[in-house]
Every structure is written in C-alpha cells, then in structure tokens.
Design a protein around this ligand. Structure first.
Ligand SMILES: [Zn+2]
Length: 249
C-alpha cells in the first residue's frame, strides 16, 4: 500500500510531483495567504507546500526541487518514527488474537458495538483516539472473558478435585507480567485478561497451575509432578503461550 495516501487530504490542495535522481516526490500544493512559499512534511508523510496566490507555479516547482534532498531525508525520518510506534495501536485491518485465532479488526464510526465472526472482529465506535479505542476493546474482551474463563475452570477443576482444592472464584485483571495468581485464603484465582488471546489449551495450563497452588504453594518438584500427572504436555502449552498470540493490545 502506498503510505502517503493514508493521510487526510488538505482542503483545496492540488497534487503535483517532482523528480529527484529518479525518485518521484509527490506534494500537495495549497494556495493560501502566506508570505511566499512554505514547505513541510506532515506526520502522514505528506509533503505539503503552501504558496501565496501571486507566486507563479514554475517558481514553486523550482523551490520544491531545491528542497528535494531535505524532503527525502525528512520522509525517511517520519517513516522511522511511524515504525517506532507501539504495535498496540488499534487500526483498521490490524490482526488481533481471540482464543488462539488471528482475526482481522475492522473499524467503523457509529453507535458503539463489537461483534465477532469466524474471521474478524468488527468494532463500531465513537472514539477516535487510539488509547480510548484500546480501552473500549479491552472492556469488550473482559466481558467475553467473563464467560470463557469460568467454562475453562469448570473443565479443568475435575483434575484437582481429589486434592480437596476448593472451587475458586475468578478475578480478571489486565496484567503486564504474570498470567495468573491465586489467593488460597480467599479461594480465588486471578487470571490475566491477555489470556483471551491465547488458544484454550494454553489457558487450561494456567488454570491448572493456579489450582495446584492450593495444595502446593511453591514451585517445588512435587508441584511439577502434580502438574505432569494431570497435563503431560503442560510445557508445550506454556511455550506456546509465551511465544504466540501477541497483538500488543
Ligand atoms: Zn506458580
């Protein structure tokens, strides 16, 4: 895709281009009440030239030509900045993960609603700022987690029933560094909202891990033996969780 076309068009602008050592440089020309000619590169990597009405076009062209090297250098810097942006920004066409599946996010403006299909997540929103989009998305994901996590707990609990582990309540938190934790006294486990992006077998591994802490609080040999007996492939599941399903949101 041509990146330069992604930015909004300035009002009443004309598109022109010059050539510099074989490179075509496109620019938007705006006639307005400026002293003479201004040239800038905006954050969308668009070259914008403002010129007073009285300045002949040939002069403008010559001016842009004389700035060609500066423009090329500057465009490269803007591109670098763009790539340095955190990948967590929600945008139309972004790949997001939902229970291990990569889905395409589509954005539209309107009355807020998020719907999911086999291949996409369609987000209708009034927000335009990336940060607010993100919290709206995470709020939706949390609601989904409120159904998904209890179901997984229900499936995994029978594996620890004989160990007299209490049936815990679930708390959901969006956390940076841990997948889960447990409070033995409170009979509750805390699960990272980010787990919603992982395949169910990875979530099962975390749930079993936390459940086993109710009878074995440390990470001793005994703990891992209990784990191994109940889920022989837990390591592969953990490995998958650590390496896959990251979408930065
Ligand atoms: Zn642990």
């Amino acid at each position: 895709m041509k990146r330069r076309s992604l930015g909004p068009m300035e009002a009443h602008s004309e598109t022109h281009s010059i050539e510099y050592e074989g490179i075509e440089i496109e620019y938007q020309l705006i006639r307005k009440d400026v002293k003479y000619i201004n040239l800038r590169v905006n954050k969308y990597s668009q070259v914008v030239v403002s010129a007073a009405k009285r300045v002949p076009f040939s002069v403008i062209e010559e001016f842009v030509q004389s700035k060609a090297l500066w423009i090329i250098t500057h465009l490269a810097e803007v591109e670098k900045l763009r790539h340095a942006q955190p990948s967590g920004m929600l945008h139309d066409g972004k790949t997001v993960y939902y229970l291990g599946k990569p889905l395409t996010l589509t954005l539209a403006q309107g009355s807020p609603q998020i719907t999911r299909t086999e291949t996409s997540v369609h987000m209708v929103t009034r927000q335009i700022h990336p940060q607010e989009l993100r919290s709206e998305y995470l709020e939706w994901l949390r609601k989904e987690a409120e159904t998904v996590f209890p179901k997984i707990l229900e499936q995994i609990y029978p594996l620890v029933k004989e160990l007299e582990v209490p049936y815990p309540s679930i708390q959901i938190r969006n956390m940076r560094s841990i997948w889960g934790s447990c409070t033995v006294e409170g009979a509750s486990i805390r699960l990272n909202l980010q787990l919603m992006k992982a395949a169910p077998e990875c979530i099962e591994q975390v749930v079993l891990h936390e459940l086993l802490h109710f009878c074995q609080p440390d990470h001793s040999k005994k703990f891992y033996r209990l784990m191994e007996e109940r889920m022989p492939d837990w390591k592969a599941r953990k490995e998958l969780l650590e390496t896959e399903f990251k979408d930065g949101i």
